[in-house]
Structures are given as C-alpha cells and as structure tokens.
Design a protein around this ligand. Structure first.
Ligand SMILES: *Cc1c(COP(=O)(O)O)cnc(C)c1O
Length: 411
C-alpha cells in the first residue's frame, strides 16, 4: 500500500536543474567584465547549438518569443497578411504574428502527435491560397508530421517558421527539430528542457537571415560613425551572463532527455489498466525530448466537468474521472499539474480569427460545442487531457505516489 500524504517539497511540472558549470561560466563573464550582450559565452553557445542541431547559423536572443518575432519578420509577414499556425500551443507561437499586425489563422490538431494536422492545413490552403507562411510548433517536445506539412508547404510555395521552443534535442527522421523551417526558434526559458533562466535562439541556414537578425536584435545600427538607422531595431540580444548559464547546461541536454523519458515510461507503465493514454508520439519517425508527460482520458471514462475562467465543477463518477478532478488531487499532495495549452482559437483575444479543421471552417462547428458535440480535435484534447508533474528532480517514490493518486481518481 502506498501512503498518500502531501509532499514536503512541492513536485513541479518542470523546473530548472543546475549542475555546477553554470556558475563557473557566469563567474568568467563577471571577472572579465563581459557583463554585456557580447562575450565568449554567447559565441560558444551559438557554435555548440549549430554543432548539435546541424543548422548553419544560430543567433542568441533574449527569448524564444523574440526569436519567433524576428523569424516572422524574416518571413516577410506584413500588416493584414494571413499566417497559418498551430492552434494547440503556447500563445508565444502566435503572438509575434499579431506584433506585425498580421492575422493568425489557426489550424486544427491531429491525434497522432497532438500537433498541426496536415489534412486541415491542406484544407486551409484551399480556402486561403494566398497564404505564404506557416508557423508550426512541436508540442511538449514531440515532433509533428513534418514531412506531410513540408510537402503541402512546398506545393503552395509557403515557407515554414518552426517553433521548436519545447522540443530542443528532439529529432525527426534523424534530423533535429529547429532545422526544418526556413527560420526557426528554440527557447531557454526557465521550464524548458535546458535553461538559461531565460533566452532563446533563432536558427537558420541562411547567412543573410542570420546577419539581419544580428542587426535587428541590436537596434539596427548601420555602418556609420554615429548611430544611423535605416530600419526599425530591437533590443533582443542575449546577455553574456545568461549565455553562461546555457553554456553550463548544454552538456546536460541528453541527460535531461533521458530523465524525462524515464518519467514518461514510468507513467505509461503505472497507468496500465486505467482508461487513459499518454500523450502520443510517432516513435517510428521521431525521437521526442519528452519535455512534459501528459495524459488523456478515454472518451467513455470522462466524468462530467464544466470549466469556466474562474471556477469549475466536476462530478465524481465510479470508474471515471476528469482532468479537473485529477488536477485537484495533484494540488492536494503538493504536486503541480496543468491543463493542456488552451487552444488559440478558444482564446478571447483571438476569438475573431479564422480556425480551420479537416472539415473546413471550424468556427461554424464550434457552435456545436454548446450542444456538447465537440467536433474539433484541439478542443477535445483540451477537454480530456492534462499535463502531469514532469520535473526531472522528481523521485521514483514521489512519482509512485502521483500515479496512485491518479488511480484513485478512477475508483
Ligand atoms: C516557451 C515557448 C515559447 C517562448 O519561449 P520564451 O523563451 O519563453 O519566450 C514559444 N513557443 C512555445 C511553444 C513555448 O513553449
């Protein structure tokens, strides 16, 4: 019998894990007075990330979001343009499109990897053939259907911006994510697979693009004796101190992935016999980085739940449960779970934006939600799924307790 009582120390969803070298490189920056957005740590991590991913150029920036913003600018997105993008993702995937006053058009999700559905993407091109840019994210560290998406993008002469913020270290058919699009982003935010506390990078094979990003991210200074500007600039470059943290973390990327993978496997094993599935992955074609472990409750084992922005209700039903009941049970033992990313088409800020499913205009179908005939995939996964505590410092014993608590939700 596993004893259930709250953990003394909170078990986090995903928190930073330091190893010691980070402080050495921070100190190097400090002692040499390279406390700036120039310095050896920055040069080193750009070199190492190129070597690791196989991309030709990497530019260290202040965040993954700033990398995505400059990627959108590189892609030539202009005010009023429509841009196709993943729907079930973190808002940072799509906000940079709005920064440029363009219009995100959300593409529904598929069930095989929980990423952009190529069938819905094809449909979207039939409806909006003028679109030239597609932003794809690899959710929770699982690569999406890259070949299928690339094929469609080639057919419609669209370029890809890849948001590999969650999937650094994951690969698809032997190639690292962050190298499939024309302009790509990774993130070193505090809860990612490795971290700088913050930070991100733009990855590209185009020298011209990399140079533009170096210029734009440092206020777009022209070659002149004074501060001369011909383009709008940004203060987006990474600090050499942050780069020191990342430099210390990079050698531990594989170790972190192994730990996350072990967590995923233990959940999978522990949930045998329960009416749930883990977040799906295509292991024939891809090697995920297992950043977050998630589960989805089988349709016929879903107890009734109603969720509003500020409160929720759920029913206790024998043999069934709901994400909200499980999230509450996790809170009770001092562990952190999280709902699945609320799809962008369901966000108040983007409620007027087009949303395309396999069947076409998904907005028309969203009305069916009121009649409880959920018909888009994003919404279905959001309703039935949740993210589990996936911290790589969680002990096996703590995870056993978490698994037991979830089992009891289905009693
Ligand atoms: C974390 C994240 C980002 C943004 O990265 P920051 O470094 O936090 O700006 C972008 N997209 C996705 C999918 C993310 O998870």
């Amino acid at each position: 019998m596993i004893e259930i009582k709250p953990f003394k120390n909170k078990v986090w969803l995903s928190s930073p894990t330091m190893h010691g070298d980070e402080i050495k490189y921070i100190e190097e920056a400090y002692k040499s007075n390279w406390m700036s957005t120039v310095g050896f740590n920055i040069d080193e991590i750009e070199r190492i990330v190129c070597e690791k991913t196989g991309c030709k150029y990497a530019v260290a920036l202040s965040s993954g979001t700033s990398a995505l913003h400059l990627a959108i600018k590189l892609a030539g997105v202009k005010s009023g343009d429509k841009v196709f993008c993943s729907d079930m993702t973190f808002a940072a995937t799509v906000n940079p499109i709005a920064y440029e006053k363009a219009i995100p058009v959300f593409i529904d999700t598929e069930y095989d990897t929980w990423n952009m559905d190529p069938v819905a993407l094809e449909k979207a091109f039939q409806i909006y053939p003028e679109v030239r840019v597609v932003v794809i994210a690899h959710l929770y560290g699982t690569p999406g259907k890259i070949d299928e998406i690339k094929k469609i993008c080639d057919k419609y002469h669209a370029i890809i911006v890849e948001d590999a913020a969650e999937s650094f270290g994951a690969s698809y058919k032997g190639k690292q994510t962050g190298t499939f699009g024309n302009f790509n982003c990774i993130s070193f935010n505090g809860n990612k697979i490795i971290t700088g506390s913050s930070g991100g990078m733009l990855l590209t094979d185009s020298k011209e693009a990399a140079n533009k990003v170096r210029k734009w991210s440092t206020q777009s200074r022209e070659d002149a004796p004074w501060y001369q500007h011909e383009e709008i600039g940004y203060n987006y470059r990474m600090s050499n101190v942050i780069a020191g943290v990342i430099r210390g973390q990079l050698p531990y990327l594989e170790e972190h992935i192994d730990a996350k993978k072990a967590i995923y496997e233990r959940y999978k094993e522990g949930f045998k016999g329960l009416p749930v599935k883990m977040n799906p992955m295509d292991l024939n074609n891809s090697k995920p980085n297992y950043w977050l472990s998630c589960l989805i409750i089988d349709k016929d084992a879903m107890a009734k739940q109603v969720r509003g922005d500020n409160d929720y209700l759920y029913k206790k039903e024998p043999g069934k449960s709901s994400p909200q009941e499980i999230l509450d049970a996790l809170v009770n033992i001092n562990a952190e779970g999280r709902p699945i990313w609320k799809p962008m088409h369901m966000q108040p800020i983007y409620r007027m934006n087009p949303f395309i499913t396999r069947k076409g205009n998904g907005r028309a179908m969203s009305n069916a939600y009121i009649k409880e005939e959920v018909s888009d995939v994003s919404m279905d996964i959001f309703n039935r799924g949740l993210c589990l505590p996936s911290d790589n410092k969680m002990t096996k014993e703590e995870q056993d307790v978490i698994i037991e608590v979830i089992k009891r939700c289905f009693k």
